[in-house]
Write a protein that binds this ligand. Sequence first.
Ligand code: TXA
Ligand code: MG
Length: 348
Amino acid sequence: MKTKIIAIESLDETGLKALEEVAALIKKGETVVFPTETVYGLGANAFDPEAVKKIFIAKGRPNDNPLIVHVSEIAEVDCLVAGIPPKAKQLMDVFWPGPLTLIMEKSALIPAEVSAGLNTVGIRFPDHPIARAFIKMAGYPIAAPSANRSGRPSPTQGKHVLEDLDGRVAAIILSSDTEIGLESTVIDMTAEPPVVLRPGDVTVAELREVLGEVLVSANVTENVVPEKVLSPGMKYTHYSPKGDLVIVKGSTTEISEKINNAVSRYRGKPLSIGILASDETMGCYHEGLIISLGSQKDPREMAKNLFSRLRTFDELGVEKIYAEDIALNNETLALINRLYKAAGYTFI
Ligand code: TXA
Ligand code: MG
């Protein structure tokens, strides 16, 4: 398939005209990649089962994994769900538009292809001017997963989208790098108290400030809470770089010693080694390809960089990557969740 590629930086006259063109492709049942504030999304008309099937094919995504439906205003939600729980309304008022996906009971308008046969649907109102204008022009809610090939790190830059999806979708809107860099927080509003299924930029503490009690799914906590970390469980392949990624645990000193020892064992061998460190710890290493995730003082900056750094190791042909563990707190939970998944919960 020949993919139409357009660059849009702002919604000036030229930008709007280009956006009209790709929005028209959505009306025709085609797939279009668009930027959001979290990661790039691969969109299609959420009401059109045939269009939605194209998303699964382009990504190579298992069809039992449901898609998030994106809207361009709160009023659009009413017809997509069986009813808006009062607590969901509270969250919309505080966090929308923004990186928060609310799971609610779906209405009959949402096809089974979108919800993967579940009776619920995830809805998000993204906070990105191009995403919002695009959804509005398309005239339909947009079903969109992250615009990566299944299993790869989510795309935070236009070039990541081109790597994964050029030739597999009708159009790609290229724009600036995404602001947040990790996918939205997903919270199940059909549960009481509501349960965070995927941590993101809207933190658990922020959700609790609005709602009071909020639980976090055991899927998120079981490999993150320190005492449970050493039972790796099943091998996941999510967000993975091509190289073999391992998380190195311990105190700052222990981590650098472990990594330096490991790296020295490969000395003289034709294996390319990478180290994912921080601004503060980069100086502890002298061999291998050393890349910083950012400053430990700025977890949001580190989160923004994670997926692109993993792809950088791939570009440079790194075969074995040692990543420093990150201290767990409210602000780092989402970052740690993605990093551990990318490593398939492998620790030393
Ligand atoms: O930030 C984001 O959320 C990005 C941008 C494009 O909006 N989208 C995104 O979509 O990350 P995706 O498909 O890559 O991740 C959606 C996650 C999946 O883990 C999926 O299982 C979960 O949300 N999900 C979607 N609908 C659900 C539902 N009805 N019940 C439970 N989980 C659901
Ligand atoms: Mg995804």
